[in-house]
Design a protein around this ligand. Structure first.
Ligand code: SF4
Length: 412
């Protein structure tokens, strides 16, 4: 069976930096865009042999702000990918857009080239909070962007929202959620604000204006409950979708499937290799132009490493993990983990359904320490639980796509 692939393209440009953002992106560097574009196109052409080995069923343009980079450039890159690889006509193709940098004409162009999913950076329905966190748009622009997306033919729209903003109370977050629901998106990503060192908003870290852990937890549980009520199933800690509208691309990250990244700071996971490119546009451009190294890290992940990732990433999702899958993939004993999960269940943090274990919303709130305990347990039983590792292909279990997927944009 031919292996499937997700492709991620990083667009490291923004109109300005938001106060909370620690993604790799540059503001005020538009002059680098033409050179970056040529480097990216060259990189894609050069990666054609690797892209040809797999069938691509998801493409994701993230950033940064792809809509600020421009629809014409995004379409150029997508067309280069179509030529270089084997992309299903039915692939999920997502572009992240910000309401202040996308026009109707851009949306029409993206849709006509085969982009079929938009992820809109909405963040909040409170214009004062949007200003406070450095967003360049207001809620009205979010509403207009969704309307224009529908008019342009997009039937798969996701909204990104943030809760736990400075001075935000549950009522304000409830208002944002309900106004987002009025727009009837197919998918919602709701992230709790995390202040990372080095970002402008890090200075709020000890501010009394910031909702505390309990208040953030309250907003999270409210989110899960409200979205469930309105028909959005939680499928990952922060992600909710109408049935069948889970993000296929992001699922690849959590289900240890293959993906290949392009652009600075982009990560790849292909077979047993994992690598990341340098977080520098200038180094990326010159590396591609001169044939120099553009890798920041590169490692071969062994079976034990993959077994740890299986727990870490699987427990982020509502699909969770199973003893059978763990044993089949890693020939490893799940029973010490099952004991721990049974204890989590007793405390209301995990449930077992159809032979699979996953966290409850209360467990998701504690997912970092709980997964830490699982990894500790796994480590303690490394020798007894893993008498041998045979290095077989750990990626043989794939999501089967429905009939009709065998139609590529270009066949070679
Ligand atoms: S638009 Fe997105 S990537 Fe750019 S600074 Fe804001 S949050 Fe970061």
């Amino acid at each position: 069976m031919v292996k499937k692939l997700g492709i991620y393209v990083h667009i490291p440009f923004c109109a300005s930096k938001c106060g909370y953002c620690d993604f790799y992106s540059l503001a005020d560097c538009d002059r680098l865009m033409p050179k970056y574009h040529n480097a990216l196109l060259q990189h894609i052409r050069e990666a054609s042999p690797q892209l040809q080995e797999r069938h691509t069923d998801s493409v994701y343009f993230g950033g940064g702000t792809p809509s600020y980079y421009g629809a014409r450039r995004i379409c150029d890159i997508f067309n280069a990918l179509k030529r270089a690889g084997r992309i299903y006509r039915s692939a999920e193709v997502t572009v992240e857009v910000n309401p202040d940098s996308v026009r109707y004409h851009d949306l029409l162009q993206l849709r006509s080239e085969g982009v079929n999913r938009l992820s809109i950076g909405a963040q909040s329905a409170n214009d004062d909070l949007l200003r406070l966190i450095g967003r360049r748009h207001n809620w009205r622009q979010v509403v207009n962007t969704v309307k224009r997306a529908r008019d342009a033919g997009f039937d798969n729209v996701s909204l990104d929202l943030i809760y736990g903003l400075p001075s935000q109370q549950r009522e304000d977050w409830a208002d944002t959620l309900s106004r987002a629901l009025e727009l009837e998106p197919e998918h919602l990503s709701c992230y709790g604000l995390k202040l990372e060192e080095g970002t402008p908003m890090y200075s709020y870290k000890d501010s009394p204006l910031l909702p505390g852990d309990d208040a953030q937890a309250d907003m999270y549980l409210y989110t899960v409950e409200t979205l469930r009520h309105f028909g959005y199933a939680q499928y990952e800690i922060s992600n909710f979708a109408r049935s069948g509208r889970e993000c296929r691309h992001n699922l690849k990250y959590w289900q240890l499937q293959d993906y290949m990244g392009f652009g600075p700071a982009a990560a790849s996971n292909v077979g047993d290799m994992r690598y990341t490119y340098v977080s520098s546009v200038a180094q990326y451009i010159s590396g591609i132009q001169n044939g120099n190294n553009i890798l920041a890290d590169y490692e071969r992940v062994d079976a034990l490493g993959r077994a740890a990732e299986y727990l870490m990433l699987g427990m982020r999702t509502v699909r969770g993990v199973s003893a059978k899958e763990y044993h089949n993939r890693y020939r490893s004993d799940f029973s010490p983990l099952e004991e721990l999960l049974t204890e989590f269940q007793r405390r209301g943090w995990a449930v077992r359904e159809d032979e699979r274990w996953h966290f409850t919303p209360a467990g998701f709130l504690l997912s970092n320490p709980l997964i830490g305990l699982m990894l500790e347990k796994q480590g303690e039983h490394k020798l007894s639980g893993n008498p041998w590792m045979d290095g077989r292909d750990l990626f043989s279990e794939r999501i089967e796509l429905p009939d009709g997927e065998e139609l590529f944009y270009h066949s070679h």
